[in-house]
Design a protein around this ligand. Structure first.
Ligand code: 9D3
Length: 242
């Protein structure tokens, strides 16, 4: 897959090229990434790309022309254009799975009060938000998207790791994890994890996973279709609580 970022802050993305799974995916040619400066497409002698809002009001708006030319310079027939915007649909794991199947995605980043609406209307396939809180631009949301997509690309992480994928998709939180030493500051690792009994370990983890979700994210339990086994475990958890 190829990802093109259109931004006024291309340097901001430099760290990504070395970062963990993204760095490896780039090296292995599973992912191709380019960051393009919208300012390079300014026709203004001072390289200006923004102007005051028609109708008045605070804040500057990025003009249509430099964004339009930047999009045209990279867009192919197999490209999709996404605008990172507080007005977009909130990103989910399901959406990441869809995005990971695209051949070329163009991630357009706004800043200031945003971009000229005519670009959204005529050039953008979809608007994406990462949640209901206010950030200062689309750059950090874009990094969130790139990270979330990359780890889903075939070959980006080992198949063993990718089984972990099921957890958030199945709307359950992870079980707790422990590593050596067995005792730290008098704090012991749950005995069952040291038993070597894999059936019991699986059961323990399933129970902890349900318990975690019920305590910390009850909204996820509501959404999930529970198996008979899970329903039984959940009843046990709820009864112990009282
Ligand atoms: C209500 C007037 N503005 C707030 C001062 C609206 C506004 C404009 C631009 C709010 C945020 C931004 C910049 N944010 C993004 O570009 C953005 C974003 C976000 O702020 N939250 C969650 N996801 C995203 S994706 C892009």
């Amino acid at each position: 897959m190829k990802i093109t970022v259109l931004t006024l802050f291309p340097e901001f993305f430099q760290g990504l090229y070395q970062y963990s799974i993204i760095g490896r995916a780039l090296e292995n040619k599973i992912l191709e990434m380019e960051c393009i400066n919208i300012r390079d497409f300014s026709k203004n002698k001072h390289k200006k790309v923004d102007d005051y809002s028609f109708g008045g009001g605070p804040g500057m708006v990025i003009q249509a022309q430099p964004i339009y030319d930047a999009i045209l310079s990279v867009k192919k027939s197999n490209s999709k254009v996404y605008y990172l915007s507080p007005q977009g649909k909130v990103l989910t794991q399901k959406k990441l799975l869809d995005l990971a199947t695209e051949e070329h995605i163009i991630l357009l980043n706004g800043h200031y009060e945003g971009i000229d609406e005519r670009i959204v209307e005529h050039c953008v396939d979809e608007e994406i938000s990462i949640g209901d809180y206010v950030l200062s631009g689309g750059e950090i949301p874009t990094m969130v998207l790139i990270d979330g997509i990359t780890r889903l690309l075939p070959g980006a992480i080992s198949t063993a790791d990718s089984y972990l994928e099921e957890s958030h998709m199945e709307n359950l939180l992870d079980h707790p994890h422990y590593t050596r030493p067995r005792v730290f500051n008098d704090w012991e690792v749950p005995e069952v994890l040291l038993s070597g009994n894999h059936k019991e370990i699986d059961q323990f983890r399933k129970l902890e996973s349900l318990k975690n979700t019920w305590k910390k994210r009850p909204d996820l339990i509501e959404k999930k279709e529970l198996t008979q086994e899970e329903l039984t475990l959940l009843e046990i958890i709820k009864n112990k609580e009282n």
